[in-house]
Design a protein around this ligand. Structure first.
Ligand code: 5GP
Length: 116
């Protein structure tokens, strides 16, 4: 899928839409999800234009990947009772925003991974 630079997260990165920032580095932005599914629901996005996990893994630089994962891991480290990391892709994955992102969820027991 080609990257759509009008997606919501691209607009957040350009400063066109406000966000509640949790962490920001050279290559990564983390912010609170606007409609949280848990007491803590943080989105972590690369600043580069990547559609999903596979695009990021195939095309991001080693520096971007290290920065992204260490920023996400630093947020996870704050959740001593545990957390869940999710990344959706495409129609079957339920991806709404076509800019790669991790969901970090925490703050209560999160239940089974998926409803059967
Ligand atoms: P996806 O379904 O693509 O994996 O997740 C997209 C997430 O982005 C959803 O959890 C949704 O609540 C969140 N989201 C959508 N629009 C906005 C927005 O304008 N600001 C923030 N902070 N989150 C958003």
């Amino acid at each position: 899928m080609a990257y759509d630079d009008q997606n919501i997260f691209a607009r957040i990165l350009r400063g066109e839409i406000p966000n509640k920032t949790v962490a920001e580095t050279k290559h990564t932005l983390a912010f609170h999800d606007i409609a949280p599914h848990a007491p803590h629901h943080v989105l972590v996005i690369p600043k580069g234009a990547y559609v999903d996990f596979a695009d990021f893994a195939a095309n991001a630089s080693a520096e971007e990947m290290t920065d992204f994962h260490r920023t996400a891991a630093g947020i996870c480290a704050g959740f001593g009772d545990g957390y869940r990391v999710i990344s959706n892709s495409g129609a079957h994955g339920g991806q709404e925003v076509p800019h790669y992102h991790l969901h970090i969820l925490a703050g209560r027991p999160l239940g089974p991974m998926l409803t059967r």
